[in-house]
Write a protein that binds this ligand. Structure first.
Ligand code: B12
Ligand code: SF4
Length: 424
């Protein structure tokens, strides 16, 4: 098994396997099984991105993927322009995986790779998957200027940190918009200053509101990620989160919030460590993690009672309809009217639930489950049994989180995991 970044390790592995007597133990970054024992060949240093050769796009049949991306647009894809992030939020994979170090492609390298891609595929939309696109604000501004100079005509979207975006001037934001950027996602996660301090989430609320308004004025869609159900989250913390989310939507009518997901303690993170220290066992086997997605986790967070879990689920469903996500997803066409109507009717109730943390009379949850449950049951029947002592969610859909990164908060995002065609 190749652990971590694959570029160098995989190449060396393939070379080694070509040898009549492969010396795999000399290839760092592998886990091998020898005589029933697991052997680690040692840590592989992270790769230098700027030294990587361009990907052989000529080997990809792009036509096979057109129209299938979660980004909605016909010729769209994900594209990486950097890895890692200098911050250390306790719930994030970054510290463990990237050693909290940011490794960017230089702006000219990005353009070089984009030109190379364009020479094989007339791509229209790219989502830059970097964890932290704006760590060095000069880089995206240089990129925007080059895209403008070259008349590249690309729509692009990305994720950034509020404190980085706050350093951009209005003029720079305008250039970024003109170069094709129409959507930026940011992590807000919790409105509770106490929880932010506990989990080392750096966020200045004044900067957040300022960035939100300025993105709105620049014509860039602002999308905010929100998480609930943290270990130690009190009702007041949750209220602070929902009020912050509503405030962001009120001050920028074009903004959206990502559906409110439960914070999942991913393996290796400090947050997972805190969960275990608090006495809650996590899945022991890889197969069991498969069912630990946000949607299922929310139904079973072990430190919350059933009442609070129901509240989180109500807030999650309400958050799907609290802003323009559904409207955008449904599109303007005639086929989208049922979803648009449903969204418009439900929106006031959704806001009420979110503002006052109301879980009573969960009609929408019952409806939603009635629509989804058949698939849940089928998936549950085939799911592997959880290992003993784990705090696994009750059997749910495989990979079946709803409203995750792919829900409509994302541009053209899809509902995944057992959503009826009518909604998806
Ligand atoms: C794009 C993306 C998605 C897309 C995936 C689209 C797609 N079809 O590929 C969508 C929107 C579906 C998605 C969903 C989710 N995502 Co996501 N996603 C990402 C994102 C932004 C980019 C991933 C990527 O493509 N990177 C580029 C590639 C090149 O890197 P890589 O995958 O790490 O690959 C390297 C190695 O892993 C290795 N490697 C990979 N494959 C192979 C194969 C071989 C043969 C070898 C040898 C090596 C190898 O080598 C590669 C190069 O070094 C990452 C953040 C990030 N910047 O990486 C988050 C990220 C992976 N997602 C995350 C999360 C939480 C989710 C969701 C749970 C969100 C949610 N609330 O529902 C869901 C889970 C879905 C699921 N069922 O698994 C987290 C994981 C956190 C953690 N584990 O600690 C991340 C890290 C974001 C974050 N910072 O929180 N995601
Ligand atoms: S700012 Fe975002 S990418 Fe960076 S450590 Fe925190 S959650 Fe991870």
């Amino acid at each position: 098994m190749v652990q971590g970044e694959g570029e160098e390790t995989f190449r060396e592995l393939v070379d080694a396997l070509g040898d009549p007597s492969p010396a795999l133990s000399r290839v760092p970054g592998l886990w091998l099984r020898r005589d029933g024992e697991l052997v680690h060949t040692g840590a592989r240093p992270v790769v230098s991105l700027n030294a990587l050769t361009p990907l052989p796009y000529e080997l990809v049949r792009f036509a096979d993927y057109e129209g299938r991306s979660a980004l909605g647009a016909e010729r769209a894809g994900f594209f990486e322009t950097g890895r890692g992030c200098p911050w250390t939020c306790h719930y994030c994979y970054n510290e463990r995986f990237h050693d909290a170090r940011w490794r960017p492609f230089k702006a000219e390298k990005i353009v070089e790779h984009l030109r190379h891609l364009r020479s094989f595929w007339d791509v229209s939309t790219l989502y830059f998957v970097d964890d932290s696109f704006f760590t060095d604000t000069k880089r995206p501004v240089d990129l925007a200027d080059t895209l403008l100079d070259e008349d590249f005509r690309l729509t692009w979207r990305c994720e950034g940190c509020v404190h980085d975006l706050a350093r951009l001037t209005d003029d720079e934001l305008a250039r970024i918009r003109r170069s094709g950027c129409d959507w930026i996602a940011m992590g807000v996660e919790t409105g509770s200053a106490r929880l932010r301090a506990t989990y080392d989430k750096r966020l200045d609320l004044a900067q957040l509101h300022d960035v939100n308004r300025r993105l709105g004025r620049a014509g860039i869609h602002a999308n905010f990620n929100i998480m609930t159900g943290f270990l130690g989250e009190e009702l007041d913390d949750l209220r602070a989160t929902t009020h912050l989310a509503l405030g962001l939507l009120d001050e920028n009518p074009r903004a959206t919030v990502q559906s409110f997901q439960a914070a999942v303690p991913y393996p290796g993170t400090r947050y997972a460590g805190a969960v275990e220290e608090a006495g809650f066992a996590l899945p022991a086997r890889l197969e069991d993690w498969q069912r630990t997605n946000p949607e299922d986790w929310m139904r079973s967070v072990p430190w919350l009672d059933a009442r609070r879990r129901n509240l989180l689920r109500s807030l999650f469903l309400a958050s799907l309809f609290v802003d323009g996500k559904v409207r955008e997803r449904a599109g303007a066409g005639p086929g989208g009217w049922p979803l648009r109507l449903l969204g418009a009717l439900y929106r006031p109730l959704a806001r009420l639930r979110i503002r006052h943390l109301i879980a009573a009379f969960p009609i929408e949850a019952i409806l939603f489950d009635a629509l989804l449950n058949r698939r849940y049951v089928r998936a549950a029947a085939t799911a592997s049994a959880p290992a003993a002592r784990t705090v696994l969610p009750p059997a749910g859909p495989q990979g079946g989180h709803l409203g995750g990164a792919g829900w409509a908060g994302e541009p053209g995002g899809t509902l995944r995991g057992g959503v009826p065609e009518a909604l998806a």
